[in-house]
Design a protein around this ligand. Sequence first.
Ligand SMILES: Nc1ncnc2c1ncn2[C@@H]1O[C@H](COP(=O)(O)OP(=O)(O)OP(=O)(O)O)[C@@H](O)[C@H]1O
Ligand SMILES: [Mg+2]
Length: 267
Amino acid sequence: MCPVERFNPHKTSALKFKRERERDGRSGRSVAIREVTLSEARSDALEFGLATDIFMQLKSGKEASLYIASWRGHPIVLKAYRFWHTSHASKKRGWFAPARMEALAAKEYDMLMAAFRAGMPVPTPIGRVANYLTMRFIGDGLVPAPRLKDMVIEKPESVFEQIVDDYLTMYSVAHYVHGDLSPYNLLWWRGKAWFIDMPQAYAVDTWCNMKRVIFLLERDIRNIVAYFEKYGLIANVEEIVDRFLGCYVPENQMRAVHLYWSKRSRP
Ligand SMILES: Nc1ncnc2c1ncn2[C@@H]1O[C@H](COP(=O)(O)OP(=O)(O)OP(=O)(O)O)[C@@H](O)[C@H]1O
Ligand SMILES: [Mg+2]
């Protein structure tokens, strides 16, 4: 995926400009990218026109730090991709790190947009520059919505159906599999589950590896089914996978699907 700048199409890469500036006359292809600090995130977000203020860090995950920010008084979320968490710094430092961070942010922005356009409950994507993206804040006031994992749901059956139906929309309308779906990446807000964290989503198209699609789909669905088992809900993963495959398979990928079915039917 080409990490094209959305705010200024004449700029090749805001991150490249920043890198050049930080290189500051030194030779070589690389410049060390540090852990993103709150003040750096704030100055970058303001400079890139992504936010008008940053309030606080929301979370520091595996590859990204998240901040509660604002756009003219409205809370939004700023996600900053960084290549490493401090402990792995020395091993992974390299010239390709910034490009990878930028590609991940671009991918997540594009995924959110595709899912949003398909009608899924996802944080509305707002903007993306370099390794930063902004999206709608899911929560009330400045209190973020809880993850599904931390909730006790009253009507598990209908929530389970909602999640499967919305995931089917992602698969059959937007033509993507999430690839990391679990109760950790679903937020509970306003009576439904909202899908987040999709930089690893995988396209289901003529050029895809359908074996990989089915593997990711099965794993995503198994995670959801396993979570709802604690509510006493029993669902068949293979039946759900078949429901998805019954809705959409790129024409040239049917062979891989038949192969999957034939392998599955063997004892
Ligand atoms: N739009 C949002 N509104 C409110 N909270 C959010 C939003 N996006 C993310 N969060 C919160 O931040 C956490 C981390 O977000 P996300 O999963 O996108 O990042 P991550 O780097 O992949 O984290 P992890 O490594 O834990 O998966 C989520 O679990 C959620 O609690
Ligand atoms: Mg996550």
